[in-house]
Write a protein that binds this ligand. Structure first.
Ligand code: HSE
Length: 403
């Protein structure tokens, strides 16, 4: 029998308990042995619940119990999740997690501690919820040189942008609705400012490019400035606005960023709507592969955690190799990254196109959707050149990158 302790009985932790109990029969078939949840750790009490008899408040009970084989860390945050994870690995227990903050910050470190102790640190659920993406990058695509990973990695913002598009509403109105419906947190900052997607692309880039990518080096812009008018322009151009997180190989470094982009219907990520996530991987022999599904939520995320638990149980006594070197990979100066831009500017058509020609070079005019302004698309240009031109031109209402 494999004995498991679950740290944190929140949304994902309670989902893990539910998945293990509901699918026990299938799990036994996979492993030829049962998985038993021996402990659930939480600061709270859950009187009358079906985990009451296994609920503990003291982590020492878990880490000192030699019968516990696998620790599931679904607490979130850096502390005490880091200390608990490290102690578990050092005590010879594998750890499976959905904690993207911790994986992004300390993943390489925890993987090497796991290897030193012949156990596993597995984190499939930290990116893309229930979508298999860590395993494909680490196993199925190992014959490939990965050129780019670009994803819609945040369900909350994708839900908001989809509703803004379908209903023509402003960001704040849809956000309020999403909060009432439970699709957005009461404090939505991590999602709407792009911080969550930034952690996730740091993890995917570290794996795809085999070296540590520091999330603090990634240029990050959220969706709070996107307006109903921007969405209207995107629609008129046959495009959608999506919050994309991307890591792209460039010589001996990478360009990495999180920002809203206008994408057209040829882009495979165009059809990723509502709370769904999608990840597009470009590699040198295989070409494009796309991973799509539920990127958040109790049972989808818990399912990925439990798959890791089964994997850890299957590989007891050996450590899965992750191609994630501790050495830092240089994220190149964002100013040198090349993008195309859609720009809305105050003025008449003639004024705007004259200014565009002076400051941005050759542009493609875009039919105005609002009074008192005109719009255009630039050719591909360096971020620093665009910023300089925008400063000189002035009167810019909004600008969105175009893919
Ligand atoms: N807040 C995250 C999202 C949850 O909306 O995608 C999953 O990491």
């Amino acid at each position: 029998m494999i004995q498991v302790a679950v740290l944190g009985y929140g949304t994902v932790g309670s989902g893990v308990v539910e998945v293990i109990r509901t699918n026990q029969e299938g799990i036994v078939r996979e492993l030829s042995e049962e998985i038993r949840i021996k402990y659930v750790l939480d600061l709270r009490d859950f009187p009358g619940s079906d985990i009451e008899d296994i609920l503990v408040h003291d982590y020492e009970m878990i880490v000192r119990d030699p019968e516990v084989d696998i620790v599931v860390e679904t607490m979130g945050g850096l502390h005490p999740a880091y200390e608990f994870t490290k102690q578990a690995l050092e005590a010879g227990k594998s750890v499976c997690t959905s904690n993207k903050e911790l994986v992004a910050e300390c993943g390489a470190d925890l993987l090497s501690i796991a290897a030193e102790h012949q156990v596993n640190y597995l984190y499939e659920a930290s990116v893309g919820g229930g979508i298999p993406i860590i395993r494909p990058l680490n196993y199925a695509l190992t014959a490939e040189i990965i050129e780019e990973v670009t994803g819609i990695l945040n369900g909350t913002t994708n839900y908001i942008l989809t509703r803004m598009k379908n209903e023509g509403k402003e960001f704040q109105e849809v956000l309020r609705d999403a909060q009432e419906l439970g699709y957005a947190e009461r404090n939505p900052e991590a999602d709407v400012e792009g911080y969550d997607a930034c952690r996730k692309i740091a993890i995917l880039s570290s794996l795809a490019f085999c070296r540590q990518v520091d999330y603090k080096d990634i240029y990050t812009e959220g969706i709070t400035k996107i307006t109903a008018a921007d969405i209207k322009y995107a629609g008129a151009l046959g495009r959608s606005i999506k919050l994309l997180a991307t890591g792209r190989r460039d010589g001996d470094g990478i360009f990495a960023m999180v920002a809203p982009f206008m994408i057209d219907s040829e882009n495979p990520l165009y059809m990723v709507n509502d709370v769904y996530n999608g990840i597009l991987v470009k590699s040198n022999m295989l070409g494009d592969t796309m991973y799509y599904g539920r990127g958040a939520g109790k049972l989808p995320t818990a399912s990925a955690v439990v798959a890791d638990v089964i994997d850890a149980a299957r590989h007891k006594g050996s450590t899965a190799k992750f191609l994630w070197d501790k050495r830092k990979l240089e994220v190149k100066d964002f100013g040198l990254c090349r993008n195309r831009f859609f720009v809305r500017m105050e003025g008449t058509k003639e004024e705007v196109l004259a200014a565009a020609g002076t400051y941005f070079g050759e542009v493609t005019p875009v039919e105005s959707q609002e009074a008192g302004e005109y719009a255009f698309m630039t050719a591909e240009m360096k971020e620093e050149d665009f910023a300089e031109a925008a400063k000189k031109a002035g009167r810019i209402i909004s600008r969105i990158r175009v893919k």
